[in-house]
Write a protein that binds this ligand. Sequence first.
Ligand SMILES: *Cc1c(COP(=O)(O)O)cnc(C)c1O
Length: 429
Amino acid sequence: MNYYSLNRKAPNTTFADAVVRGLAPDKGLYFPESITPLDTYFFETIENKTNAEIAFEAIKQFIVPEIPEIILKTIVEDTLNFDFPVVNINKNISTLELFHGPTMAFKDVGARFMARCLGYFNKSNTHEVTVLVATSGDTGGAVANGFLGVKGVNVVILYPSGKVSDIQEKQLTTLGQNITALEVDGVFDDCQDMVKRAFMDEELTSQMQLTSANSINIARWLPQLFYYLFAYKQLKSKYKDIAFSIPSGNFGNICAGMVAQKLGLPVKHFIAANNANDTVVNYMTTQSYEPKPSVQTISNAMDVGNPSNFIRIQELHDNDFETLKANLSSYSYTDEETKTALLELYASHNYVADPHGAVGYLGAKAYLENNEAHVIFLETAHPTKFLDVVEDVIKKTVPLPSQIEAVMDKEKVAVAVSSYEELKQFLLK
Ligand SMILES: *Cc1c(COP(=O)(O)O)cnc(C)c1O
């Protein structure tokens, strides 16, 4: 499968090249040249397949033969060695728990998959790659964990100082080996801007192969389509119409769900659930896309003012507003509303959510006011990753899972960075 740049000013290229580059030379995001639906038999028999079988069948058209089938099978099996349970909330709402991976963030899947692909491409050890990634919280830990010890790959993570949770900070600053954390004096958008600038800096890119592990990278983005298939497998016998509510920041996860839909997955509707960062909500009412500086919220992994994958979503809908509107609704919620939802989930449904999941739950409820479907909201992080907020709202201690407990006593190691020049100096030395 070849990939083209959404800026359409760069040559089409292979999966391998697109993964190693991250962004196309014209700074556009890569997009697959075609998406061929899976046959109906695949969906009819999905409940008889393992998650790894489902994932392999769904993703192979995008990757084989550059990664041979047999290797891709192993990559998928290694990536998916944990559960993706759907938990019922009420008659009309369920949640798909995506936090059972090693860092308890849904980004584990994308990071583990991408790391294994890069490891394969780098197997002859000819080209060292530096993965440069900006995180608003969860990406950093998942990427650090997914890439730890992968030969020929150095990982540099930028995170906004004081704006990620203690647990998140520990997860990305305590691993060592090929992982370095840079603590940036600024907000997430500053981190993301520095990363973008580094990719455009020819002095830098002529000396080292830089790539991204944000959802702009297709190897991080595409495997997220698995979640929607796993949810369908679990609920297809119970409900006819299924919609998904996705707590969204950079809109990579929801966009991958839309790829699953293109593959033939029956999805009635997508709901983008947002916090106060409402660029897309505004777009869906005004048709005018106006990026804004990000606002800090309690669901900080979604504090994104200019969601990078929205352009892919538009492409998937033929850049036609009406087509998009028929498939996507978008809502925005304040921190107060999010807390109320956290409490309601706990008090009325005995479910401890995290703030991102709570925003997803609100999106599900909003959609159900005027529509009929069974809505699955994605629970994108374990509640203990946002312990302060969650415990404060539900007035109950939430026990730390073992994955998290293991990092809490480790010592934080981070390099302070306050400008692009400092980042550049760091990378060059
Ligand atoms: C990254 C993240 C999101 C947002 O996902 P996008 O693909 O960027 O839209 C939501 N919740 C959590 C916990 C995250 O880490």
